[in-house]
Design a protein around this ligand. Structure first.
Ligand SMILES: *Cc1c(COP(=O)(O)O)cnc(C)c1O
Length: 218
């Protein structure tokens, strides 16, 4: 029987070929938020090594133990980060995808120095300018990227977005790509279970897929 993970991998492969891109340019981030370790282990056993979690505390409860059993695991933080959780986040995660405000960026920079561990950072952009969504406003993003790189010396690798629900994501993905190009950034984290093929068409270099791999979250 084909696993959900294999189906997602196949779909990524097809979308990548259709977009005229190379398979190694796309990273699948398996979003394991809310899922217990016994549901994550079968995914690790199928060779998946990059995972996304949206809560620092929850990740701290699962991943140190899983990492003792599987090596080469890379963890991405994909949920909002409060300043008081930055130290634990820096210790735990390889990539923080949700850097979206100066106060948080400053805390990550300071604590990374103290911990002598640098995380790769993605800047989260509120591409739909939605009040309830995290992310920096598209009008402020260029200055913010500059601050993160030049003043704070953060390892800014790319951009991340969550486009508005129930709308064609294409213009939002395209906006994120445009911001990346004009700022000389290579990495684009965009696309979830419902739209990862579209995101790959629009230039995603990583897609964050939860439900399509693990099933519905309760
Ligand atoms: C939960 C989540 C995902 C995965 O969503 P699915 O629709 O389950 O694939 C991706 N990105 C972020 C930021 C999330 O919070």
């Amino acid at each position: 029987m084909t696993s959900h993970l294999e189906t997602v991998r196949k779909n990524i492969q097809t979308a990548t070929i259709n977009a005229g891109r190379e398979e190694e340019d796309i990273t699948l981030v398996a979003v394991s938020k809310t899922k217990p370790s016994d549901e994550i282990i079968p995914i690790l056993a199928q060779g998946q090594r990059v995972f996304g979690e949206n809560k620092v505390q929850e990740a701290a409860g699962k991943w140190p133990e899983l990492r003792t059993r599987y090596d080469q695991v890379k963890l991405h933080l994909i949920g909002p980060l409060q300043s008081n959780k930055v130290r634990l986040a820096v210790q735990l995660f390889d990539v923080i995808e949700t850097v979206d405000r100066p106060k948080l960026a400053r805390a990550i920079a300071r604590i990374s120095r103290e911990e002598n561990k640098s995380c790769a950072c993605y800047i989260q952009v509120n591409v739909g300018r939605e009040d309830q969504k995290a992310g920096i406003d598209p009008d402020e993003v260029d200055d913010f990227i500059k601050l993160c790189r030049e003043e704070l010396d953060l390892l800014v690798e790319g951009l991340m977005c969550i486009p508005p629900a129930d709308r064609d994501p294409t213009p939002y993905f395209t906006l994120l790509k445009d911001i990346a190009v004009r700022n000389g950034l290579d990495k684009l984290s965009m696309g979830m279970s419902g739209d990862y093929q579209c995101a790959i068409q629009c230039g995603a270099t990583s897609v964050r897929v939860g439900t399509a791999i693990f099933g519905e979250r309760s």
